[in-house]
Write a protein that binds this ligand. Structure first.
Ligand SMILES: Nc1ncnc2c1ncn2[C@@H]1O[C@H](COP(=O)(O)OP(=O)(O)O)[C@@H](O)[C@H]1O
Ligand SMILES: [Mg+2]
Length: 329
């Protein structure tokens, strides 16, 4: 059974007086479900994963975001043993990916569009999968209920895309996994369908499961991700909270009492290697952290320049994101 901490750490959970950190925990003691370290994947001369490094905390939702072609699916496939890596290492639920048999029974995955028999109902499709997986049939009603398909369980065909995605998640939940890995489950869904999937992911994480979910759109995951990993061009360009991402870039907006003095401010910025550009209304937009404001104000005063306006402007989350994924191109 999943625990609040996501991973059953054997006797650590029972006897936490043990002096060693729990299996899968990092040096800070935070429980980690997945550790990826310097993962490289080459197809011929092409490097599609170029030293991918990140961690996925237990019992939380990690959004794995990046534009199409960034390498999200390749990373996920490598973690689950569908693709052989060229270099690097990764641990899933405390086991090396070289030994997938030791963790795959605790993992539920949905990669690419799920394939189901269209002539069979949701319940019949799940029964086939349960039979193959040696899973008790009682579990079928449980997972149908979790994904909200109970009322439609015996309909065949005419499944909307949203229902097929939910059926895919139901299939991934059949083995009662500790770790759920969902590759673009919201792809192609309408806003209501996307919200339903997000609510479902939140419930699953609140039960203590670890969720790794990918999307090429930050907007689909920004409100639900406890942890964010941004991939671009086969490299991790950001790892942290969503809040820290939007707080990351700042601009200072400056205007001077005498518009002619703006060139003095430009000079001050250039000396300190901060980029500055003029807006049409005699303002200077400076690429600098808010902390530069005090220094700038003092330096301007020393030169006899009076500032009429000096205000920090925080970039929107979308601006921060675009700045990140633009940076590797
Ligand atoms: N089997 C393969 N052979 C060659 N190139 C591949 C293969 N699979 C993926 N790629 C390439 O690797 C890059 C990353 O793909 P992918 O992991 O699917 O990205 P994402 O899921 O982020 O859209 C893409 O440029 C893709 O064309
Ligand atoms: Mg993909």
């Amino acid at each position: 059974m999943p625990t609040k901490h996501g991973v059953p750490y054997g006797d650590w959970m029972i006897n936490n007086s043990l002096e060693r950190p729990p299996l899968g925990a990092d040096a800070t003691g935070v429980s980690v479900a997945i550790t990826v370290s310097g993962l490289v994947k080459r197809y011929g001369a092409r490097t599609v994963l170029d030293g991918v490094t990140f961690t996925v905390p237990s019992g939380a939702i990690t959004g794995f975001v990046g534009p199409n072609g960034a390498g999200k699916t390749t990373t996920i496939r490598t973690l689950l043993g569908f693709v052989d890596r060229s270099a690097g290492s990764a641990d899933v639920l405390g086991h090396s990916i070289d030994d997938p048999a030791s963790f795959l029974s605790h993992v539920g995955a949905l990669i690419d569009s799920p394939a189901f028999y269209p002539a069979l109902s949701a319940r019949q499709n799940l029964r086939l999968l349960a039979d193959v997986g040696g899973i008790a049939t009682a579990r079928i009603d449980v997972v149908l209920d979790i994904v909200g398909l109970t009322a439609r369980a015996d309909d065949a065909k005419r499944y909307s895309l949203g229902m097929r995605q939910r059926l895919g998640i139901a299939a991934a939940l059949l083995p009662d996994p500790t770790l759920l890995v969902l590759d673009e489950p919201t792809n192609g869904l309408d806003p209501v369908g996307i919200q339903e999937i997000r609510n479902l992911l939140r419930r699953l994480a609140d039960e203590g499961r670890t969720v790794l979910v990918s999307s090429h759109l930050l907007s689909e995951l920004e409100h639900v991700s406890d942890w964010l990993v941004v991939l671009d061009g086969g490299r991790v360009v950001y790892e942290g909270t969503v809040a820290a991402l939007s707080g990351g870039t700042h601009e200072l907006i400056v205007s001077t009492q005498h518009p002619d003095d703006l060139s003095v401010i430009e000079l001050l910025c250039a000396e300190r290697h901060f980029g500055a550009s003029r807006s049409t209304n005699h303002r200077l937009l400076i690429d600098a952290p808010a902390s530069f404001a005090v220094e700038l104000n003092r330096a301007a005063m020393d030169l006899g320049v009076v500032l009429a306006e000096l205000s920090p402007r925080q970039a929107s989350l979308e601006e921060s994101f675009l700045a990140l994924i633009g940076g590797t191109r």
